[in-house]
Design a binder for this molecule. Structure first.
Ligand SMILES: NC(=O)c1ccc[n+]([C@@H]2O[C@H](COP(=O)([O-])OP(=O)(O)OC[C@H]3O[C@@H](n4cnc5c(N)ncnc54)[C@H](O)[C@@H]3O)[C@@H](O)[C@H]2O)c1
Length: 387
């Protein structure tokens, strides 16, 4: 039975993961190489638990008990009895590999070693270990205590039974686990790319401004946030880096090509909300631009971005990145899409989605707009994703 959890890295993700595990009744040991990070994590978790108590999400007085289950340790040797260790240190393959090498000398042979990496290959991290069969990706979303989705990613050397075992554990922590193949971006960070990339492209072509594109996606697609608002919230530094990493790791697949617009924002330090400026200017008193609420233009923008998203989801299914159900769950629970993309495709009609993508392909003659082979096959055979 898994009861003792080690967390390495007490930053944004590590502290959130420690909180989730402790709330699920686990004994948690958390370590960071910077003492200040540990102090900050303790206060972040405490504030977050107190908020949960105030909102009635946990019973009064429970936050102290949960906090008492977390031990902020000064040395990783304290992990020796851990059943599972999740690392959430900086996104650097060498640092993660060295960490796992070190951990293998501390923990037992049965301990599961998990990485929370967003963009590195699980298999490459595992390759540093003497026992790569115990290494798996457990990818939480930020903020971990609030976001329900967790992607579980076995590498090619992972024990085939481990993903199922970890899935059961993570469900028991109150999260929604999905299983993803060890491919760049896994499910969410791969399929969501057109939400940003196609929106930027529409802007770069001069079809509409940021505010109008954001309005179109919310008004016609019922997305909670428009692409530019969302990129400003995620941070253009993070969003740009993920785009570039996914593109490079897919051997420069044109569908994932980053944009110069976002690169320039990144270079300028216009990271978004956190830096006070991104696509929008967040200076105090600044009046935000109004969208041009032209319904024809709005519908064009929404259908173009949605068709690209569906094409991406169909590609992910075709290439076995995940199952149909996990793909739809991932996008609704990981990035709050109003509907699963494959379900959405059925509602619109596969033939109609294919026509939208094919029109773009004919117009631009770019590989970026290549319709998924799966959509082509399904349209030919008059099939739907769901019965
Ligand atoms: N922030 C996100 O939105 C997000 C979402 C999902 C996954 N991730 C992934 O989670 C991981 C952590 O991201 P984060 O945003 O929490 O980063 P962060 O910078 O907030 O925290 C990283 C922490 O790791 C510590 N650290 C670095 N090297 C260490 C080492 N060798 N041993 C112990 N501690 C070490 C740092 O002191 C820091 O406190 C990364 O792999 C990232 O890709 C991030």
């Amino acid at each position: 039975m898994i009861k003792n959890i080690g967390v390495v890295g007490a930053g944004a993700m590590g502290s959130g993961i420690a909180q989730v595990a402790a709330m699920a009744g686990m004994n948690v040991f958390i370590f960071d190489s910077f003492e200040t990070a540990i102090l900050k994590a303790r206060s972040t978790i405490q504030i977050s638990l107190e908020k949960a108590e105030d909102k009635g999400k946990i019973p009064r007085g429970e936050s102290i008990q949960i906090l008492n289950r977390i031990r902020f340790v000064e040395d990783m040797s304290e992990f020796k009895n851990c059943d599972l260790v999740i690392e959430a240190v900086i996104e650097n393959a060498e640092v993660k590999q060295n960490l796992f090498r070190e951990l293998e000398n501390i923990v037992s042979i049965k301990t599961i070693l998990a990485t929370n990496t967003s963009s590195l290959s699980i298999t490459s991290i595992a390759s540093a270990c003497q026992h790569p069969e115990r290494v798996i990706g457990i990818h939480f979303f930020n903020p971990a205590p609030l976001m329900p989705l967790v992607e579980i990613i076995p590498g090619i050397t992972t024990d085939p039974l481990l993903a199922g075992e970890v899935k059961t554990l993570i469900s028991g922590w109150g999260k929604i686990p999905v299983i993803a193949k060890d491919v760049p971006g896994f499910i969410v960070n791969r399929i969501a790319r057109p939400y940003y990339g196609e929106a930027i492209r529409i802007y770069e072509e001069g079809i509409a401004d940021f505010a109008t594109i954001d309005w179109a996606m919310k008004e016609f697609g019922s997305f909670r946030m428009g692409p530019f608002e969302l990129m400003d919230m995620i941070g253009n530094d993070i969003n740009y880096t993920v785009t570039e990493t996914v593109w490079k790791q897919y051997f420069f697949e044109p569908r994932y090509k980053p944009s110069l617009t976002q690169k320039r924002l990144f270079e300028a330090g216009y990271f978004g909300k956190k830096s006070g400026r991104g696509y929008y200017d967040y200076a105090e008193g600044r009046i935000q631009p109004e969208p041009t609420k032209d319904p024809d233009k709005g519908k064009y923008i929404y259908t173009r971005v949605l068709a690209m998203l569906i094409n991406e989801a169909a590609e992910a299914l075709y290439w076995n990145v995940a199952t149909r159900d996990d793909i739809d769950l991932a996008m609704t629970k990981g990035v709050n899409y109003p509907k699963g993309l494959l379900k959405w495709a059925d509602d619109i009609g596969i033939i109609n989605v294919l026509e939208l993508i094919s029109d773009l392909h004919h117009t631009y003659h770019e590989e970026r707009y290549r319709p998924s082979i799966l959509l082509n096959k399904m349209a030919d055979e008059n099939k739907t994703f769901y019965d």
